[in-house]
Unconditional design. Structure first.
Lengths: 429, 323
């Protein structure tokens, strides 16, 4: 029987519309009470001038384990997650071998237990080997712990396959995560198609490639009654299409990658491969639409779209460098910079997009909330601390970030998983 | 002019594109090239400007004329040259492009001429090497020395660049020559029209300050110069246009189209030309064609670029203790 009191923090619990300076009592790994607590406890942590909120949740993380341990391992990915304030991540299945069977899903769970940092939920493949041809063993994957199904960054080109997947996954109450992109329009592309792709002579990926698939995926969700989640939407039309679908009660959710809110396609002028992401950095009008989508609820969650790549893969020609950047350890300060500082979102709104929003998408009950009785996954944020992003300090095994040297504010100070202090900034947990 | 004195309008160790150059800097290259051409015609066929310097020609994509031209330009300045081509190289053994370039640099190469199929590849090298990097064509981005030699040739024949109307015909989308031409010509005050099938005109190209046309016959009467960009047959298989036959019907420069243009129109082509596709043999070999002049001038333009970048690199090292 151990008890812990987080005293005097600004407790933000969007799931129950709570935002107040108060205390959080944790006993035996669970939340007991939020409010003015006067009982005696084993340990008190002063949280004044800090934000106390549910642990952050990332919807899709490239963990790379097994098969690409040169980029990341479960141990390093989860250490990076903790340093970023996350208590749970969902792991993409695009490993080697692909997580398209029960044993592979159980390996993901086992590796997370070995690392003993934070929760890792497997995402199972939609199709065998992520090849887009035949369905993976969705039911067995669900038994092995898969919380949703996705072919990760491989867009499912066959509408027929996606239709069957949506129908079949309904039996297991799991959503399908798609990377909405018409691959015939983006083949060979490295950046957003627009003025800058013309200027730079780089092959473009038109916004229409995403618009088309967002519409298709929503139409298939409507047809099947299945649940679709659109990963990393990035276009103006995508946001508007989702908004209309939700008004019509179609089961569609969406997230946006933080870098698509912070950067635009002008960055590619440096030809720096750290700006090569999928979906690509778009123009400013798309960024405005994405922010509006977060504000009115068309977009449920913000993701880091963490895609680690070892150094030997990134210091190469733009064509051959893999898409993606690491993001777990920079998401929080970048969100503050992109959304809180300009006044686009309030703190409770932002925390919702990082906690109860993703928890709902993943169908996780008792996560993303501080309701009495739930496991105490709690993050304490210092919203004001100023620091400089230094990739050499990352817990992630990879350093591929365009944000090196950025002056930012805000970071996770303490992270509790199941009531246990797993991370303390600048010190051992 | 004194070939060894640093130029007031040039302090760049690299030549990566014409986009970042000022009109003055472009002028400096053209003047330097003109002086070199003059001296050559006066019998000074070999200069000492790069004596003891080693120029590396790193061609990660096949090229005949640009490589030969750079190589000869270096030799005429008394440089040693080392050629590297991707085929049969360590690249096929898995070595990265940067490692390959670093190895060549470690052999004492200080001027690196780079051709690569990826846009931005020379920029990546410029960031990773001490050597000067000269872009000899990167992907579909820029081909600055080709743009410069086009402009040099136009200026030589027309006596000026400002106020001229230059039509670029053909595959603008995939053309690095088009982008360099557009930047250079616009900076020097010319009007540029790009003309080709709609599938080969890149989106938002008008934001570069050019006019767009899909009808060559309509724009020809305004043209002082017509530059016929190369059409690659494989583009047809990617459905950028229905057939070579159809392309030639609308966009090939033939005798009757030359008639529609101004009497003193200049016909340019970056080559290698497909006779009967971009232009017919009578035009290629006709009186308005300056195609071979372009090739000759390319040599002097490249000598000028090698010299200027080398001098700027030395000046930067002497002044700032490093490049």
């Amino acid at each position: 029987m151990s008890s812990l009191l987080l005293r005097g923090g600004r407790v933000i619990e969007p799931a129950r519309k709570l935002d107040a300076v108060t205390d959080v009592l944790i006993r035996d790994g669970r939340i007991v009470e939020i409010g003015d607590v006067r009982v005696s406890v084993d340990r008190v942590i002063d949280c004044s001038r800090k934000i106390v909120c549910p642990g952050l949740i990332d919807l899709h993380v490239g963990v790379r384990d097994p098969g690409y341990e040169e980029d990341e391992t479960t141990a390093t990915a989860t250490a990076a997650a903790l340093a970023g304030g996350f208590t749970a991540i969902a792991a993409l299945p695009d490993t080697r071998p692909v997580v398209d069977n029960r044993a592979a899903a159980e390996y993901v769970v086992l590796q997370a237990e070995r690392a003993d940092h934070c929760h890792v939920y497997p995402l199972g493949a939609v199709t065998r080997d992520n090849a887009g041809q035949e369905l993976a063993d969705l039911g067995q994957l669900a038994d092995g712990g898969a919380v949703a199904f996705t072919d990760a960054k491989k867009p499912i080109q066959s509408a027929e396959i996606l239709r069957r997947a949506l129908e079949y996954a309904r039996m297991f109450h799991r959503p399908i995560f798609t990377h909405p992109q018409d691959a015939t329009l983006t083949a060979g592309g490295v950046m957003h198609e627009g003025y800058y792709s013309t200027l730079l002579g780089l092959r473009g990926m038109p916004a229409a490639a995403e618009d088309i698939m967002v519409s298709r995926d929503i139409a298939l969700a409507e047809l099947t009654g299945g649940r679709i989640h659109l990963m990393c939407v990035s276009t103006q039309n995508a946001v508007e299409t989702i908004r209309r679908a939700r008004r019509r009660q179609i089961a569609v959710t969406a997230d946006v990658a933080i870098h698509n809110l912070v950067l635009t396609d002008t960055e590619l002028q440096s030809y720096d491969a750290h700006y090569k992401v999928d979906p690509p950095l778009r123009s400013a009008d798309h960024v405005q639409a994405l922010i509006a989508g977060l504000q009115d609820g068309a977009i449920d969650a913000i993701s880091s779209d963490h895609q680690p790549s070892a150094a030997e893969k990134t210091s190469r020609e733009l064509d051959v460098v893999p898409f993606g950047i690491v993001g777990l350890e920079t998401l929080l300060p970048l969100s503050i910079r992109a959304l809180i500082d300009p006044g686009h979102l309030t703190w409770p709104q932002l925390i919702a997009k990082l906690t109860c929003g993703p928890a709902q998408v993943l169908g996780l009950r008792g996560s993303g909330t501080l309701a009495p009785g739930v496991a105490a996954d709690v993050t304490v944020i210092d919203p004001d601390v100023r620091w400089t992003i230094d990739p050499r300090q990352f817990a992630s095994k990879s350093r591929n970030t365009p944000f090196a040297g950025w002056q930012v504010r805000g970071r996770a100070e303490l992270v509790f998983v199941g009531g246990e202090l797993k991370y303390r900034h600048g010190g051992t947990a | 002019m004194d070939a060894d004195a640093p130029s007031p309008h040039w302090n760049r160790p690299h030549l990566l594109g014409l986009q970042e150059l000022s009109a003055d800097e472009i002028g400096t290259i053209l003047e330097t090239a003109a002086a070199l051409k003059r001296r050559h015609s006066e019998g000074e066929t070999k200069l000492d400007a790069l004596k003891g310097v080693t120029v590396g020609n790193l061609f990660f994509e096949p090229s005949t004329r640009t490589k030969t031209s750079f190589s000869l330009a270096a030799k005429r300045l008394s440089a040693d040259t080392v050629d590297f081509t991707a085929a049969g190289s360590s690249l096929s053994k898995g070595e990265t492009f940067i490692d390959t370039a670093r190895n060549i640099e470690a052999m004492g190469v200080t001027l690196m001429v780079v051709r690569h199929s990826t846009s931005g590849a020379p920029h990546l090298l410029a960031r990773n090497l001490e050597a000067s990097v000269l872009n000899a064509g990167d992907g579909t981005h820029e081909h600055p020395t080709q743009g410069l030699l086009d402009i040099f040739t136009i200026r030589e024949h027309a006596g000026k660049v400002a106020g001229l109307t230059v039509v670029l015909v053909g595959d603008i989308l995939h053309s690095r020559v088009a982008r360099s031409d557009i930047w250079g010509l616009k900076k020097l005050g010319a009007r540029v029209i790009v003309c080709g099938p709609a599938t080969l005109i890149p989106p938002h190209v008008e934001q570069l300050g050019v006019d767009v046309s899909y009808e060559l016959d309509e724009v020809l009467p305004q043209a002082d110069c017509v530059n016929l960009l190369r059409i690659q047959a494989e583009r047809q298989r990617s459905a950028f246009f229905p057939s070579i036959y159809e392309y030639a019907h609308f966009f090939a420069m033939n005798g009757s189209r030359v008639q529609r243009a101004k009497k003193d129109v200049l016909i340019l082509a970056p080559g290698p030309i497909n006779r009967g596709v971009e232009l017919t043999p009578d035009v290629a070999d006709g009186s308005r064609s300056v195609i071979l002049d372009q090739v000759t001038n390319g040599l002097f333009v490249r000598m000028a670029c090698l010299m200027l970048c080398h001098q700027a690199r030395l000046a930067a090292r002497a002044g700032g203790g490093g490049p």
